[in-house]
Design a protein around this ligand. Structure first.
Ligand SMILES: [Zn+2]
Length: 296
């Protein structure tokens, strides 16, 4: 077999399924490091780039445009393909409620989800994310609003016919099953629900229907490598210069892939699972062809 960058099989896409980049941080330069380490494709999730919580739809419009144009720059400047993932961040709802009140904050959230759904339908984004619930306890009325917001997100994904990337507290196997039931009840197949930032192995996660996106820590990657697809690897890189080392570096996924390729013979073949099969199953396209390529 011919080999490409970093001893990886030629033609094997190397995919980080969840990261954030910022025009105020390293931006495309981080993607260039990812590329130099052997990375080829990123799923680029939006974020509040100026640190302020959006309180008007225009704020989200500007935020989403920033993510889309950053993805374009990454492709042009580094050759790395960045697939865009857009949604109002679940915690935004709580912060916006402080100034707007809960009903208006919820309405803003709904409009921002509609906007993100439109970006998916017009092929500028491939999924809604991050959606979900705060990862910390909140007052009862806010928890209720967060539940409603998540329901709106599931409905928006169903209507846009796309996956959701879920932000929540850590989930065990029961939590995965409950999440799958919740999505199914909202009309979104569990197989289009990705739990991002999974920090421990969910044994035979595929049987729960919901898809884990595992943090690419060395021992966790080793532990999940033989799991059946679909599952992903991610860094959740934050590109925040004020918090260096807060999360895994963007070069981590290709480095892990290269270490696997240099290790036990044949193990590298397992990587077609997270990098190709899983993208095909969850997103409906091959990572190297993109959403405009031939459908499955
Ligand atoms: Zn994230």
């Amino acid at each position: 077999m011919s080999t490409g960058t970093a001893g990886l099989p030629a033609g094997l896409p190397v995919v980080d399924h969840h990261c954030h980049l910022s025009p105020r941080g390293e931006g495309p330069a981080a993607a260039a490091r990812f590329r130099a380490a052997g990375g080829t494709h990123l799923f680029l999730a939006t974020q509040n780039y100026d640190g302020a919580t959006p309180t008007r739809l225009e704020d989200y419009q500007r935020q989403f445009e920033t993510t889309v144009s950053l993805a374009r720059r990454i492709r042009e400047e580094t050759g790395v393909v960045a697939y865009v993932v857009l949604a109002p961040y679940p915690v935004d709802l709580l912060r916006a409620a402080e100034s707007l009140g809960i009903p208006a904050a919820l309405e803003l959230h709904r409009q921002a989800l509609d906007l993100a759904g439109k970006e998916v339908r017009e092929h500028r984004a491939v999924a809604l994310g991050e959606v979900g619930r705060p990862h910390f306890p909140v007052a009862e009325d806010l928890a209720r609003a967060a539940d409603q917001a998540f329901g709106l997100a599931l409905a928006a994904a169903r209507d846009a016919d796309c996956p959701v990337v879920v932000h929540s507290a850590d989930l065990d196997r029961e939590g995965f099953l409950a999440l799958g039931r919740e999505a199914t009840a909202a009309g979104l197949p569990a197989g289009r629900v990705v739990k991002h930032y999974a920090r421990s192995r969910i044994g035979d996660a595929a049987a729960t229907g919901v898809v884990p996106s595992y943090l690419a820590r060395r021992d966790l990657v080793k532990e999940v490598l033989d799991e059946p697809a679909p599952w992903f690897l991610e860094t959740d890189f934050l590109d925040d210069p004020s918090r260096p080392g807060a999360v895994l570096d963007l070069a981590t996924v290709p480095r892990r892939a290269a270490a696997i390729a240099a290790g036990a013979p044949g193990a590298v073949e397992r990587l077609w699972g997270p990098f190709v099969t899983s993208v095909e199953r969850v997103y409906g396209f091959r990572p190297e062809l993109g959403p405009e390529g031939p459908r499955r």
